[in-house]
Design a binder for this molecule. Sequence first.
Ligand code: HEM
Length: 483
Amino acid sequence: MSPSASAPAIPLATKSLPFLGHALPMWRDPMPFLLEQHALAPVVRLRLGPKTACLVTRPELVRKVLVTEQQRFDKGGPFVDTARTLIGDGLGTCSAADHRHQRPLMNQAFRHPCIVSYTTAMIECAGEIASSWQPGQIVDVCREMRRLACRALTRTLFSDPAQARLTAEIEEAYTVLMPGMWWQMIIPVGLVHRLPLPANRRFEQARRTARSLIARMVAAYRARETALDDGLSTIMSARDATGRAFTDDEVCDQIATLMIGGIPATADLLAWAFCVLSQDAVVEKELHDEVDGVLGGGRLPAFEDIPRLPFLGRVLTETLRLYPSVSILSRRVTRDIVLGGTALRAGDEVMFSPYCLHRDARVFDDPGRFDPDRWLPGRPGPEQREAFIPFGAGTRKCIGDTYGMTEATLAAAHLASRVRLAGIPGSPDPRPLLRMTLSPVPLRLTVEPRTAGARADAEAAGEPAPRRCPGPRRPATGGPVAG
Ligand code: HEM
């Protein structure tokens, strides 16, 4: 199909400024701006400084881009191009041609038996984070969840006890690197981040450090006589049908991709889930009842417990609907196509937003309401399934979907069985802020031990008695920021 010469012009998004176009709202607070544009037309034109991008606003058209017409699109667009220069040509940023070689190799580290074997480290890390909190302590939940997700990923990738120190250094390097990454990504390549500014120098230093630490880890694994049962060993020993494997440099790109792709997305899912629980007493109570019933007596969760925690599963799914960690995606058109009556030419950039699609009132009843039961078996219909894309769809669908959901379920179950993260009266409601992923900002909650075990841990550590914190700030209604 080629674009028809008579295809109508693409409507321009509202609030365009001279020279800047829509760059300002896209920088400052893109989600409300994009939601507004969704009402305009199936495809809307955005101007980002000198560039333009087409925002696709209908689920059936996004499905065409991702699945049925995906051969006419490739990875590309404002964020992807910059990400490629920062983390290399790994699975998340590579072209379709490279992807055909990379994905089968990477899939080997995300097969079911691997995920099961990773759960020990995931649960261990959730336990360490929970034990580091003191009763009454106010925690920055986004920061803590990033700590948890970063530790879990580094330990599932690198399990060699001889490299424990290097693993901790990589964990530390990514904790430093992650916050600067967003600012580097939203500034166009070759412009401001080439200037010798202190922030740029610090970021570049952190990026080089992280890269050289990963290269040291890869070299240490290469020198081993036996392979380990962990992510890095699996990626290094993976072969495709022709017997081809990754070079060491390519392995480094893949590890950097997993760190950047996996940590903030999983961390923000957990942060939003605890944000919702702190504000919705009914959901929180049902979740606590379920978790206590399964993990009665304070035992640690295990992989086999996941099917026994269906309400928690629905809470996480509904959290991903209202607050999808990855809220904006983009592609570059490689072959002309007409999309919803709109002619797109090779080289055009398209964007779409899971956040906006998930809040479309034409698809979801009362879309701003946090309702885990909309995901009860048999409830979501084909329309909702088509529009719900927290992990993307098609050949570029998230490789870490099962990994992320497994970690989030086990970590949330463990944390919820030990503590309640309670709202601080009078503190502002968190709002969705896009910084690589969609974070609830600010989200500071008070740690209240729930079990005798958690209280005993705290007493053993010589901590003061728990400070009671009043219940939720608001009665049980919707999520924190209804859209
Ligand atoms: C709740 C957690 C997560 C969410 C919401 C999420 C979301 C996504 C989305 C929407 C995409 C598709 C991007 C696109 O189509 O352009 C994606 C791709 C990807 N994700 Fe995730 N992700 C999560 C967890 C993870 C984890 C834990 C890892 C790694 C350990 C990971 C690694 C990746 C990679 C490598 C890709 C690129 C896949 C490809 O192009 O073949 N993600 N993710």
